[in-house]
Design a protein around this ligand. Structure first.
Ligand SMILES: [Cu+2]
Length: 225
C-alpha cells in the first residue's frame, strides 16, 4: 500500500516535469533603491520568451479621485484593458491626458464618468486634472499581459506563471534613468527576487491644505487654517 503511494507520487512528479508549460511558478519580487530602502509604485513588467497561447483574463481597473488625489498614483495595465475614473469627491474633476499612448479627457464630472477609457496602445499615460494642477498620476500600459505595481512594502507576488525565460522591465515616475530590460529565468515552484532601481524620492502628489491656491514666495500658504 505504502509502495503504491510512492510510485504514484513519483509518476506524478515525472509527468509534471515533462509538461512544457506548467502554470505552477510563483515569483515574489522586492524592489529597493540604492540605499536598500523599499520602493512602492514601481511597475514590473514580465515579458515571456515564449508567449503563452492561452489568453490572460483582463481585469477591471480604476483610478479614483479622493481628497483631490488620484488613487493609485501608479497603475499598470495590459494593453487592451479599460479603466474607470470614479470621482469620490464632491468637487468636480476634469481628468485628461496629452500622452501619445492615449490622449483623452473626461470633462467636469462627479461620481462615475460616462464610460471607461480603453488603453489599446502600450506606453506611458500621464494624467492630470484641469481644475487641480497638483493632481497627477500615471498609467503604464504594458505590451505584456503580466504586469503589476509594487505595494508599500516594495513587493509584488506574481502567481501562476509558466517556468521559463523572461525579460523584466521596470519603471518608476521618479527613476533617474530608464532602466534596461533584464533577463530572468523563472524555475518551477517559488522564486524570490530582489531588484534595485535608482530613484530620486519626492513627495507623492496630494492636495494642499485649506487655503490652497494662496501661497507666498516661499510656498507657505497665506491663509492656512
Ligand atoms: Cu481635479
Amino acid at each position: 500500500m505504502i509502495l503504491n503511494r510512492v510510485v504514484f507520487a513519483l509518476g506524478f512528479s515525472v509527468s509534471t516535469c515533462l509538461l512544457p508549460q506548467v502554470m505552477a511558478s510563483e515569483l515574489n519580487i522586492t524592489l529597493v533603491d540604492l540605499q536598500q530602502q523599499v520602493i512602492a509604485d514601481t511597475v514590473v513588467e514580465l515579458i515571456p520568451a515564449v508567449v503563452p497561447d492561452r489568453a490572460m483574463p483582463i481585469e477591471h481597473y480604476e483610478i479614483f479621485q479622493k481628497n483631490r488625489t488620484f488613487i493609485p498614483f501608479v497603475l499598470a495595465i495590459p494593453k487592451g484593458a479599460k479603466v474607470d475614473f470614479p470621482n469620490l469627491d464632491r468637487t468636480r474633476h476634469h481628468v485628461y491626458s496629452f500622452s501619445e499612448a492615449k490622449p483623452f479627457e473626461l470633462k467636469l464630472y462627479v461620481g462615475q464618468a460616462e464610460a471607461p477609457i480603453l488603453f489599446d496602445k502600450p506606453g506611458l499615460v500621464a494624467l492630470g486634472c484641469n481644475i487641480h494642477d497638483y493632481m497627477q498620476a500615471f498609467i503604464y500600459v504594458a505590451d505584456s499581459p503580466i504586469v503589476a505595481v509594487t505595494d508599500e512594502r516594495g513587493e509584488i507576488a506574481f502567481k501562476d506563471l509558466a517556468a521559463g525565460q523572461y525579460q523584466v522591465k521596470l519603471w518608476h515616475p521618479w527613476q533617474k534613468a530608464a532602466s534596461e530590460p533584464r533577463d530572468l529565468l523563472i524555475a518551477n515552484g517559488d522564486n524570490q527576487l530582489s531588484l534595485s532601481l535608482d530613484i530620486e524620492r519626492q513627495a507623492k502628489p496630494s492636495a494642499p491644505p485649506s487655503g490652497f491656491g494662496h501661497f507666498d514666495a516661499q510656498g507657505k500658504p497665506l491663509h492656512a487654517k
